[in-house]
Write a protein that binds this ligand. Structure first.
Ligand SMILES: [Zn+2]
Length: 548
């Protein structure tokens, strides 16, 4: 059994969440659920970065207090847990959580005790959007490469962190793989950055420039701790690093894996600054950092002013199309490497093709045949060892299968059996390399093979033949249904980390524990294309109904 501590980044909350935030949250949720399901110990951490200067500026623009703006937007992020069926165990808000400030202060003092913090006059080009200083040669035509705005010239005395001291140790940790950065191109990018020379960096701001917002430097009332230091600290302050509890020991120091999921824009902070701070503080480093790329929306960067843009509010998308449809698009269509364009049409097209037609059609055909020709009484074929089925009674999806199933797999269902057998390993392997698309495809292998088996055996014909007096067709129908129901039970278990809500409905539809399957119901109705423009992308075939 592995003990896994897994975190998302904590977004700054100058605006409501968009679909790009949902990507990282859903990815983290899948890993957490997958490991819980196979019996590992998991703690999934999320939260919001309330202390960003961007929040102060956004509040000024709206003419409200920073606290009011931060509370409103942070609540919208926290609400995603319910709306997207996420399973994070903890959600930290850096301005409001009583665990955070003492932890950040302890981290500061630990680095100070190592001799790594010192005061220095500083002059630099500062991008407020990035909350970071840039050197001239890092700018594009004199503007921030991320925001295309001109950074401001800032001169003040700040606290500095002795990053230069940790270059060779960081390099060693990363190149040895003790700190594994995926994909490997991102690891090479970090190594290249380290090899270019690490300069000490400023880790405080004047109280004035921070607008009085943030956490004060211990022992220096004129300065506020740099928001990135503050935000990165959340990964351990949420574990009570500044307090007296045991979570920090249990989930950070003694965890087998400490995994951060981050976007490509914050790679340097997580793969260089954060590990260096931890080395200075004498704390263990993360074991893995997975870096995802970005989503665009309708061909352009997702912007806060959504006028004329694709709809990108994850709460609204989940409310309209269901959390399953949104999660599935994020998992099944977003590749491990490269930016991906989101459109509502693509979300609908993917959901209708896979979830309504592929999976929904399979479950409704199996349920209908079982209902019409067996009154719901089906003996599922026995599942191979190591494959657990999902019991509707268990909300956490990890109940091991019972041993009551007795029918052997029919010889002509070997392809379906092979798909059921290979899926758990394929999912495990894909998720180990953070390839969510491959993992989702591996689960769908069962759906495809099962539908192929339905087409090949046409169980409704067997049912009609049996009623016409063909006894052997009846035996055959038992076998076919036994294999299909067992495959759907396994499918419900395997798809649970990806689509927990749909998994529960599939499990309920093929649950034979009362001795009989329930009356068949659609587990994923087609999304109707009421809005023009979606039809071309979302075009697919209708649900077939050969039964009855
Ligand atoms: Zn910027």
């Amino acid at each position: 059994m592995t003990r896994l501590y897994l975190s998302t980044t904590i977004p700054y909350v100058n605006a409501r969440p968009h679909v790009g935030h949902a990507l990282e949250l859903v990815q983290a949720d899948v890993i957490a659920r997958h490991h819980r399901r196979i019996g590992d110990e998991v703690r999934l951490q999320s939260g919001t970065d309330d202390n960003s200067l961007k929040n102060v500026l956004a509040a000024q623009l709206e003419g409200i207090s920073t606290t009011e703006l931060v509370n409103r937007n942070a609540s919208a992020f926290a609400a995603l847990r319910e709306q997207l069926s996420l399973s994070f165990d903890d959600f930290i808000r850096t301005s409001a959580d009583p665990r955070h400030r003492p932890g950040v202060e302890r981290l500061w003092r630990a680095c100070q005790a190592s001799g790594d913090l010192y005061r220095k006059d500083y002059q630099g080009l500062y991008c407020v959007g990035c909350e970071q200083f840039y050197t001239e040669d890092e700018l594009t035509d004199g503007t921030c490469p991320e925001h295309k705005t001109k950074p401001e010239q800032v001169t003040e005395e700040n606290w500095f962190f002795r990053l230069s001291r940790y270059a060779s140790r960081l390099r060693e940790e990363i190149s040895s793989g003790r700190l594994r950065i995926e994909p490997v191109t991102r690891r090479n990018e970090v190594l290249g950055f380290i090899d270019g020379g690490l300069a000490d960096f400023s880790v405080s701001r004047s109280v004035q420039r921070a607008g009085g917002w943030g956490i004060g430097v211990p022992g220096d009332p004129s300065q506020v701790i740099y928001v990135w230091w503050d935000a990165l600290g959340n990964y351990i302050t949420a574990l009570g690093y500044g307090g007296s509890g045991t979570d920090y020991q249990r989930w950070w120091v003694e965890a087998d894996r400490r995994v951060h999921l981050v976007g490509k824009g914050v790679l340097r902070f997580h793969a260089v600054y954060w590990p260096a701070i931890l080395l200075s503080a004498g704390a263990p480093l993360p074991t893995e950092i997975f870096v995802h790329d970005y989503l665009t929306a309708g061909g352009s960067k997702i912007s806060k002013s959504a006028a004329g843009q694709e709809r990108t509010d994850p709460a609204e998308l989940a409310d309209t199309y269901g959390a399953d449809a949104l999660r599935w698009w994020l998992l099944r269509d977003v590749p491990r490497v490269g930016d991906t364009d989101f459109t509502v049409g693509r979300l609908i097209g993917r959901a209708n093709a896979d979830l309504a037609n592929g999976l929904g059609n399979l479950v409704s055909r199996v349920g209908s045949v079982a209902y019409h020709y067996r009154n719901g009484v089906v003996r599922p074929c026995s599942l191979p060892d190591g494959i657990s089925r999902w019991l509707a009674a268990a909300s956490d999806g990890r109940v091991p299968r019972g041993d009551d199933a007795a029918l052997p797999w029919p010889a002509d269902a070997a392809g379906l059996l092979a798909a059921v057998e290979r899926t758990p390993d394929a999912v495990r392997a894909a998720l180990a390399r953070f390839d969510f698309r491959a993992a989702a495809a591996a689960v769908f292998d069962i759906v495809d093979q099962a539908n192929r088996y339905v087409e090949a055996t046409e169980p409704w014909h067997l049912g009609r033949a049996e009623r016409a007096g063909d006894v052997s067709a009846g035996w055959r129908l038992d076998q076919v249904l036994g294999a299909l129901v067992a495959a759907c039970q396994a499918l419900a278990g395997e798809i649970w980390p990806f689509l927990p809500d749909l998994a529960a409905r599939v499990a309920a539809a093929v649950d034979d524990f009362g001795g009989r399957l329930p009356k068949p119901q659609q587990v994923f109705p087609r999304i109707q294309l009421s809005e023009p423009g979606y039809a071309a992308e979302a075009a697919d075939t209708g649900v077939r109904s050969e039964v009855a």
